[in-house]
Design a protein around this ligand. Structure first.
Ligand code: GLU
Length: 464
């Protein structure tokens, strides 16, 4: 049997990282089993689906590198297939027309709520003597009244639903448009999906979908329902908890491999290994390895994983993404040090590319002094040191080794330690006391800029 999985997002907004994890698990399983992975966009909710959010899904999949073998398939292109199946269900008496008015259904619901019953359709139109087609109606699936549906879920184990608990769900609305549970079954059947890996918020839909499969004389796929991702407060992860959209992490300069690595570990594990290459994930992933209990999202850990990736990645691969981050911050990097060099020097100190660009401004232009740092170190007592620095830096070959020696020469000239010499020079040239080692920092800033900034700092002190 050749394995086929799918990712079936509804394009109703941003792509949630929980959805990305669902996509990842489906993709990993297909890749591991040398099967197929399908992208199916469930856009039948015309009021909520937008072109922009379809594009967001495509962009996010591309950025993450979750390539699909088939798709994108849009459900709105498949109405003929859905109508054919609805017709088939009507013909075989597995579906019926229902004429109940909205008012009647509202009253029924009210009554049931009053009696503390679960709101459900009472089957009023299940056995009519005639089913006129010209009266307004919806179409309902005739769910079996007895017996049970047993889901052999690959994550949850055996889950049993009594048919008596499931009412006759609407499969076509009054305007004829098919509903979610119907379209999913038609598609999963037509596309020969062997494994449906999705969030466990769909678990309640599964017995309904399986009954439609049975009514069509088909075998349902294997289901694997993954537990939700929770925020730190134990509630379902949402915007309230911070960034939850995939493209927000792209904007922050999280690397796609790092996000995938983090998401893979969120609800799946392989011993206590934290860092996995994509190839390793494909090799090691199993549905059995998916945890049964919900995972808690931890942004700090995601940022830590990203830092591990930044430390390993070659500057060449990162350059376009890094350049985009500088550009977004309006930092012109066309003159000044090579991005590669800045990346190599700064990457240990940051968690994202955005942070790297933001904290690397001073390599490209003078920045405002951090007030407390200037207060403490750009003082009349520093003037002599800054002047010596100017003189020293003016004439040496601009090499790391020479800059290092020059800094030591300044210490010797003033009979002080590096702890006295470093801070004023650092604040003068970078704006604050936070930078990588001074010799390397100065080297990258470049002689011209270093001399100009020492001069500016002296003028600043003179004005104080
Ligand atoms: N379109 C559904 C959603 O976005 C997923 C349906 C499914 O995976 O079966 O929640």
């Amino acid at each position: 049997m050749s394995i086929c999985t799918r990712f079936a997002p509804s394009p109703t907004g941003y792509l949630h990282i929980g959805s990305a994890r669902t996509a990842l698990f489906s993709w990993l399983f297909a890749r591991k089993m040398a099967g197929k992975f399908i992208l199916r966009i469930e856009d039948t909710d015309l009021e909520r689906s937008t072109q922009a959010s379809k594009q967001i899904i495509l962009d996010a999949m591309e950025w993450l590198g979750l390539n699909y073998d088939v798709g994108p398939i849009y459900q709105t292109d498949r109405y003929l297939q859905y109508h054919a199946v609805i017709e088939q269900l009507l013909q075989t008496n597995h579906a019926y027309r229902c004429y109940c008015s909205k008012e009647r259904l509202a009253l029924l619901r009210e009554e049931q709520q009053k009696n503390k019953q679960k709101p459900r359709y009472d089957g009023c139109c299940r056995n009519l003597s005639a089913y006129p087609t010209d009266k307004p109606h919806v179409i309902r699936f005739r769910n079996p009244l007895e017996g049970e549906v047993v889901i052999a879920d690959a994550v949850k184990g055996t889950v049993v639903f009594a048919n008596a608990e499931l009412d006759d769900l609407v499969i076509a609305r009054e305007d004829g448009s098919p509903t979610y549970n119907l379209t999913v079954v038609v598609d999963d059947a037509d596309m020969n999906i062997t494994h449906v890996i999705r969030g466990d918020d769909h678990l309640n839909n599964t017995p309904r979908q399986m009954n439609i499969f049975f009514a069509l004389g088909l075998t349902p796929p294997q289901y694997a329902h993954i537990p939700m991702i929770l925020g730190s407060d134990g509630k379902r992860l949402s915007k309230r908890h911070g960034a939850v959209s995939v493209l927000q992490y792209q904007d922050m300069g999280v690397l796609p491999e790092a996000l995938l690595n983090y998401l893979a570990r969120l609800g799946w594990s392989y011993g206590d290994q934290e860092i996995f290459s994509i190839d390793e994930l494909i090799r090691l992933f199993t549905i059995e390895g998916i945890h049964k209990s919900p995972a808690t999202f931890d942004e700090q850990k995601l940022l830590w994983v990203n830092q591990q990736y930044l430390k390993q990645t070659s500057p060449q691969t990162i350059k376009p993404q890094l350049a985009a981050q500088f550009e977004k911050l309006g930092i012109d990097t066309s003159s000044g040090p090579d991005l590669d060099a800045v990346f190599l020097l700064m990457r240990e100190r940051v968690h994202t590319l955005e942070e790297l660009a933001r904290t690397s401004r001073y390599f490209y232009h003078a920045v405002d002094y951090d007030v407390a740092s200037a207060e403490k170190f750009l003082t009349p007592e520093s003037v002599a040191i800054l002047n010596t620095a100017k003189a020293q830096f003016a004439n040496i070959p601009w090499q790391l080794e020479n800059i290092h020696q020059a800094l030591e020469a300044i210490c010797v000239a003033h009979g002080v330690k590096m702890g006295k010499v470093g801070p004023p020079i650092r604040v003068a040239t970078t704006g604050s006391t936070q930078s990588p080692t001074l010799d390397q920092t100065l080297y990258l800033i470049g002689r011209e800029a270093v001399l100009a900034r020492l001069e500016m700092a002296l003028a600043f002190i003179a004005r104080r």
